[in-house]
Ligand binder design. Structure first.
Ligand code: ASP
Length: 417
């Protein structure tokens, strides 16, 4: 089977991406943007093919990684390490966001038509209500993670519920290996065939990525880029710094150069950038991490699906910048205490965000509500959300990949390969 990031594949994806950018821009400039409609279905097919693989891959890979780990102790150790990594890196991402937004102040003096809304933050009753809402949201995420019907969860592609079911199934298997034999061999086949299909879909990636980039570039509405340029720059600088930090950690734990890591993970990053969905990118992240970076199979199969669903460094960073940008644009001064609330809620909102395009914007309301900022503020940043989603999703996926490297490097394998 060919490697997910063979030099040729990576080159093709790179060329497709740049070609999509250039051709899209030409179409936009020449007023021919509507021509994209003819090829748009190709991009839709690419995303649908990736999504098609999510449920079989998540179910079989989580289950098989648990079975391969062999003992509940190993499983617990991996789970704790993964959670520790998610928690730490998400907090660091939000910190980067808070530092840059306070240094650059992108919303200060921004004329975005927000007059007359000053003082909206002062309403104590509103804030108490929002905090209660936040608590309810957290509990809601936990309760909703438990499927009432695992088949329905699979049918609806509710990834977190599928993960919970696969984990419980895997856990039961660890205690009843003999009786589980038929299920285990079914899952082994399902996992193998899923990977074969993912490799097939990867061949289609350059065309899919080309069309998706074409579509983004050929769309009009770039006027917003100018008025929100400082905000866009703040988010992108923050994301870049966090990506550099993650690269440093990956390079340290893997003992490989950043270039090696970048080359290995490149197909996943490009797919994340063009699809804006960590979940859709998951099949490619898995193959890239295992085959190009040499992460152990059972680590990648356990840590990546979990990471794609709950670990979103890019989204957390983005939400903290966006919330403070909105406050600045409305002329609302946030105290250190309120910034701390943003710190916590942005991290939680990122956990709650689904791994699909635009999810981060929806969970923004949790962050805004917790500090009493007007929810209409979301309207200010709506125009550039699709663009920033591409960047934050890329960092989300990179964070998941690095998490796998880190957890793998700390696992005590006791003779396991
Ligand atoms: N699109 C992001 C992802 O799939 C989530 C978000 O909207 O921030 O990772």
């Amino acid at each position: 089977m060919s490697s997910a990031g063979s030099k040729k594949d990576a080159q093709r994806i790179g060329i497709a991406m740049i070609a999509g950018l250039i051709v899209g821009l030409i179409l936009f400039k020449t007023g021919q943007g509507e021509l994209v409609a003819y090829v748009k279905p190709v991009g839709a097919i690419f995303i649908r093919l990736l999504k098609m693989m999510i449920v079989p891959l998540v179910l079989s890979s989580i289950y098989m990684s648990m079975v391969n780990l062999g003992t509940p102790e190993q499983l617990g150790a991996m789970g704790r390490k993964a959670m520790g990594y998610y928690f730490l890196t998400t907090a660091i991402a939000v910190m980067f966001g808070l530092i840059f937004v306070n240094l650059i102040n992108p919303g200060v003096g921004a004329d975005l038509g927000t007059q007359g809304l000053d003082g909206l933050s002062g309403n104590m009753a509103e804030r108490v209500q929002a905090t209660e809402g936040l608590w309810k949201t957290i509990i809601g995420v936990i309760v909703d993670a438990i499927p009432t019907n695992p088949f329905q969860a699979m049918a609806n592609s509710t990834v977190l519920q599928v993960i919970v079911f696969a984990m419980m199934f895997g856990w039961a298997t660890l205690y009843h290996m003999k009786e589980s034999q038929p299920i285990t061999s079914f899952m082994t086949s399902l996992e193998h065939l899923s990977m074969v299909m993912v490799h097939g879909i990867m061949k289609f990636a350059p065309i899919g990525i080309f069309v998706l980039m074409l579509d983004v570039m050929a769309k009009s509405g770039y006027g917003a880029l100018i008025s929100l340029s400082k905000y866009i720059a703040t988010v992108i600088i923050g994301l870049l710094c966090h990506a550099c930090f993650l690269m440093f950690v990956a390079s340290w734990r893997l003992k490989k150069s950043p270039l090696f890591i970048l080359k290995g993970i490149y197909p996943a990053l490009m797919t994340a950038f063009s699809t804006s969905s960590s979940a859709a990118t998951l099949p490619i992240t898995m193959t890239s991490v295992e085959e190009n970076l040499g992460v152990h199979n059972e680590t990648a199969k356990f840590v990546l699906p979990l990471g794609a669903t709950v670990n979103m460094d890019g989204t957390a960073l983005y939400e903290s910048v966006a919330a403070i940008f909105i406050a600045q644009a409305y002329g609302i001064d946030l105290s250190i205490g309120q910034q701390m609330v943003i710190f916590m809620t942005a991290s939680l909102a990122a956990v709650g965000a689904a791994a699909i395009p635009g999810a981060g914007l929806i969970t923004m309301s949790i962050v805004l509500g917790a500090v009493g900022l007007p929810l209409e503020g979301i309207g200010l940043i709506l125009a550039v959300d699709r663009l920033l989603d591409m960047f934050r999703t890329t960092v989300n996926v990179f964070g998941d990949a690095v998490g796998t490297i880190v957890v793998d490097s700390y696992m005590d394998r006791e003779g396991k390969v």
